[in-house]
Ligand binder design. Structure first.
Ligand SMILES: Cc1ncc(COP(=O)(O)O)c(C=O)c1O
Length: 407
């Protein structure tokens, strides 16, 4: 978003700084762009929003209103989805550490992707106890050209996959109806094509009828701010490019299957959807020089900015608010914590002064959900829609932090 000084001062007065600002309209446009790129090639495509990346209920509710599913990996995330009104049949429960909610989720026709053989047995025991037919998916562990071996899912290159399928088929109450995969750090088109082709082959091999769903996880580049593009050595694919190597191939594979029997195709975008649409407005608290290195101390820390701030340089805008400003060459913008590594932005060159505002872009994913109560509580998050602001999360207080301790 573009902020001027007056808008920032109004936000500061109403909510305090730092403050996250969610751009609702741009998020919705991006959501619809992904949806239409995929649906125009395979109409039975659905988005399942990845809660772990940002489970702010306001954002999850917007996804729900737009018809998206919830993708959760813990009982806590499942609770959030239920609290905002999801029924289990629209919640995908993934991950290696499913809690006790798995049982009610299954008994209420929730979607589950199994991570390991012990989970197969756990689910079969539930099915037998309640004598209820449970439809299941398996997360398959595949290689799509990545340089590491993922620790998630069931290995398709060992006997485990046959063992899992056999155990599910042997139980009269359980039925394998879907497959899931997600491979981190593999955002290129080749990797997506590979996961599509492999999951189709595995579905043909292991699922008796036409599958009810195929879930390709996520890990797209998403919509990237122009000032970040230069940091990537590869061309950034568009949603249409991704749809060509996923939705179109799935469409072709099931072209002779009647519409009502075609599988639902899911992806599970998180950062893909939310990264670009949250900014953090921070402020320079003080400026000093140590052994010729200039340092500007911010009122935020790397913990506010999310995982991605460690691997890429976030786009920033400095908004003048200081009467005395100087020209700096390679000044580090450092965080408020006592960690030496807390440097939200290295080597900024330009005019800067104490009290100037710094807006960090691209902090939608793994930011507010990943902020520990370390040194200071979390700041507020607001949304902006039609130029009006609304509160998404109030600023935390010391009492919020102390609430779970015994005083
Ligand atoms: C299983 C699963 N689905 C979806 C996502 C979200 O992917 P992205 O944030 O790249 O859209 C993740 C992220 O790690 C994941 O582990």
């Amino acid at each position: 978003m573009v902020f001027d000084k007056d808008t920032i001062e109004e936000i500061k007065r109403m909510y305090g700084l730092p403050c996250y600002v969610f751009d609702e309209s741009a998020f919705c446009l991006n959501y619809n762009h992904l949806l239409s790129a995929m649906r125009s090639r395979y109409p039975k495509y659905e988005i399942a929003y990845s809660y772990k990346t940002n489970y702010a209920p306001a954002i999850c509710s917007i996804v729900k209103k737009m018809g998206g599913y919830a993708e959760v990996v813990s009982d806590m995330e499942h609770d959030i989805a239920e609290k905002i009104g999801y029924q289990c049949k629209h919640i995908i429960y993934n991950g290696p550490f499913k809690g006790h909610k798995l049982k009610t989720h299954l008994l209420n026709d929730g979607i589950v992707n199994i991570d390991n053989l012990e989970e197969v047995d756990r689910i079969i025991a539930i099915a037998e106890q309640y004598k209820k037919e449970l439809k299941l998916g398996i997360r398959v562990n595949i290689q799509v050209g990545q340089s590491f071996v993922s620790r998630f899912g069931i290995d398709i290159d060992s006997s485990d996959i046959c063992e899992a399928v056999n155990r599910i088929n042997k139980c009269i109450y359980t039925k394998l109806v879907g497959l899931h995969c997600h491979i981190g750090r593999s955002r290129g088109l080749d990797a997506w094509k590979s996961r599509t082709i492999q999951i189709l082959k595995l579905a043909d091999q292991y699922i008796k009828d036409i599958p009810e769903y195929l879930d390709l996880g996520s890990g797209m580049f998403g919509d990237i701010a122009p000032d970040m593009l230069e940091q990537f050595s590869t061309n950034i694919p568009s949603y249409e490019d991704y749809a060509e190597v996923t939705a179109l191939i799935v469409n072709d594979h099931y072209k002779s299957v009647p519409k009502e029997k075609k599988p639902v195709l899911f992806t599970e975008p998180g950062t893909t959807l939310d990264n670009r649409y949250i900014d953090l407005i921070a402020q320079i608290h003080s400026i000093k020089t140590i052994k010729n290195k200039d340092l500007a101390i911010l009122n935020c820390s790397v913990h506010n900015l999310g995982d991605v701030s460690g691997s890429v340089k976030l786009p920033i805008k400095v908004i003048e608010n200081s009467v005395i400003r100087s020209d700096y060459q390679q000044i580090d913008l450092v965080g408020y914590t006592c960690l030496e590594r807390d440097v939200p932005y290295q080597d900024f060159s330009g005019k800067l002064g104490k009290d100037d505002y710094v807006v960090f872009g691209n902090v939608g994913g793994y930011s507010n959900v990943d902020k520990p109560p370390f040194i200071l509580p979390q700041c507020a998050m607001i949304g902006v829609c039609d130029r009006k602001t609304y509160l998404i999360k109030r600023k935390e207080t010391t009492d919020d932090i102390l609430d779970t301790y015994i005083l």
